[in-house]
Design a protein around this ligand. Sequence first.
Ligand SMILES: *Cc1c(COP(=O)(O)O)cnc(C)c1O
Length: 343
Amino acid sequence: MISEWARQAIDILDGERRQIGVTPLREFPLPAGWGVRLLMKDESARPGGLKHRLACALFHDAIVAGRIAEGTTVVEAAGGAMATAQAHVARLLGLPYVAVMPRKSSGADVERLGGTCRYVDPPLAIYDEARDLAERIGGHYVDHYTAAATVEWRGASLADELFGQVGACPRWVVVGAGTGATSAAVGRHLRGNGLPGRLAVADSENSAYFPGWAYGAADYATGMPSRIEGIGRPRMEPAFSADVVDLVVPVPDAASVAAARRVREATGLAVGPATGANLWAALEIVTRVRAEGVGGDVVTVIGDAGPRHLRTCHDDVWARDRGLDWSPHAARLARVLDGDASW
Ligand SMILES: *Cc1c(COP(=O)(O)O)cnc(C)c1O
């Protein structure tokens, strides 16, 4: 028996899903005659972008399990789009929300949504701090890296929407991996339905996903943080399913920056750097599909976009401060997309 509050909360989440509806597929322009379409599923209109799907599903699961009830303070260790998405959902449900984030992150979006930020140093201390805080105040620690492994999408994952939208099954789907939940949903959809499409994961520098997948080592860890917000992890996370991933494409961080700028030129959206990684990896895949000579669609994702990213990958000073020299990668993209060079 769930409470009246829980029933109403679930209705609110369902209403939110109906209101947002199906996110659009945009075509990224490729040179004429390539015989391949590059489509980008545009999640940028959702609050927190792609992270909004996972945030809604995790809140739903915790409500059904009785871990979030009326008045429960929800606590999470996250900055960036994940914290924004959760703050949005907490506000919809009238729940107090606290994001514990590294000192150098910006909590402006969380605060605008009525949430509270706690800044912690060193960055890796956010997890213990969030867990302790939730315990002290009797709140719920979301712990999305762990909870994502058992998330119930209830037909609302990116995969559930995507395949109906494209028509014929795409030759490849290319996504990034943070928790790994999105790639797992796509991979399981492909394999579970016996579809011919394959799954590639775009991975950032320092991430454990490429070596862990390549060596078949589920416990691989680099211990190094990713510079590309939202993707790349210091260890293989429990929601990442290496066995449904056909290929992991390592993308240089500076190339992600160059490609994010290219997505902005094509769409007008100030996308985050993880979207750049997606475009870079997708173009590498497009090259493979062209070589096979059979045509078809390659589908990837616009993960998030917003004015915040005008101060990240679209800002020359931000890139220079991080030693990300994106200009050679931008030049390569220009040559390839002008049809003057192959990948
Ligand atoms: C955050 C993000 C991801 C990570 O999604 P998970 O389901 O947590 O693995 C992937 N791609 C983009 C573009 C993102 O912004």
